[in-house]
Design a protein around this ligand. Structure first.
Ligand SMILES: [Zn+2]
Ligand SMILES: [Zn+2]
Length: 346
């Protein structure tokens, strides 16, 4: 079937150097030790809790939908990679000193989902760059292509001492003179297209800059913070979760322990529940689409020793229904020492 055939092709297409397979320098050349990059620790507003970006890590997940009649269907894959690299920011702005910067490296997290179901196909990529500067501290690009095309960009950080965000999205162009936006009907002259899913008919909206609450984080950062919740055994944290131009009050709560079976093995895990509350009473919680369209409460199962995410569970809307979706670990590379399948019989 389409979605089963699709996944191996996709996985094969994503080339990535294997751990320990660095090519040897050619004879006669000078072998230089690559600079050792460490995990990046970014302070947050939460007491005793840093956001930690692994220096180099790759996690591959399968995305499975639970369809009542058909059972579990694999509809795609999600690849989460993270990297840390040296970052040379520009000269400090007026009133800022270089030594005020809390860290000097740049963190890069990429979450790339791809898949399809019943003729609908999607490639969805969310990138978060975490930078050692006040503004922007974080840049998030959220790009979807395939059957539907959508681009969103968020930046946040501190400007003149105030927490701020910048947001822009694209939408179908409503009217312009560009001939490439014109379509002609069978019995009509060419006129401006009134709405389609073509990426090339979309334009950026004017960006919105606004004050945000102190300590707000984006969804990708929140998932990486969940790792630290497990590692440090922190019971619960609350912070504003930035989602496009708005934010939700998010509680992240450390939950039960369980062995979780995945294609990559069985892991001893702790659950972390991400529970969003609407910013205004009466707002519709279904509007919350935190990650790849998953809405409402999100459960993440993370390895209890290292905090590596092993399974993500939630609901996705499909027409009038909600379907259970599970994102389960299939492969891992360059994970922290100590991340390994557990022996559930011990
Ligand atoms: Zn146009
Ligand atoms: Zn169009």
């Amino acid at each position: 079937m389409f979605w089963n055939a699709f996944v191996p092709v996709l996985l094969a297409a994503i080339a990535w150097p294997q751990a320990g397979s660095d090519p040897q320098p050619a004879q006669g050349s000078i072998a230089s030790e690559p600079a050792k990059v460490h995990d990046l620790r970014v302070p947050t507003h939460l007491e005793g809790l840093d956001l930690v970006i692994p220096a180099q890590e790759r996690l591959v997940f399968y995305v499975e939908l639970d369809v009542a009649v058909l059972g579990k269907i694999r509809v795609g894959s999600l690849v989460i990679t993270s990297n840390v690299e040296e970052y040379r920011a520009g000269l400090p702005r007026r009133g800022e000193r270089a030594e005020d910067q809390p860290f000097s490296q740049r963190g890069f997290i990429q979450a790339k989902a791809a898949g399809g179901y019943m003729g609908y196909n999607v490639e969805h990529e969310i990138n978060a760059r975490i930078l050692p500067q006040e503004w922007p501290r974080v840049i998030v690009h959220d790009y979807q292509s395939g059957s539907e095309n959508r681009r969103r960009e968020v930046m946040y950080g501190t400007r003149q001492g105030k927490p701020m965000s910048w947001y822009r999205r694209d939408r179908h162009c409503e009217n312009c003179e560009r001939r490439e936006h014109f379509v002609s009907g069978l019995f009509s002259d060419a006129k401006h297209c009134e709405g389609c899913k073509r990426a090339e008919h979309r334009d950026w909206d004017a960006p919105v800059m606004q004050p945000i609450p102190e300590g707000a984080l984006d969804m990708i950062s929140a998932i990486f913070l969940a790792r630290e919740l497990v590692r440090t055994q922190t019971g619960r944290v609350d912070f504003p979760l930035l989602d496009k131009e708005t934010w939700w009050d998010l509680s992240m709560v450390l939950g039960e322990s369980a062995f979780i079976d995945t294609p990559a093995g069985t892991f001893a895990c702790r659950a972390v529940k991400l529970d969003p509350r609407p910013p205004k009473p009466g707002d519709d919680l279904n509007e919350f689409k935190g990650l790849f369209g998953i809405h409402g409460t999100l459960s993440i199962w993370l390895d209890e020793a290292t905090g590596v995410p092993v399974m993500i569970e939630g609901l996705v809307p499909l027409g009038p229904m909600n379907l259970d979706v599970a994102i389960v670990l299939a492969e891992y590379q360059d994970t922290p020492v100590g991340f390994k399948p557990a022996d559930p019989t011990r």
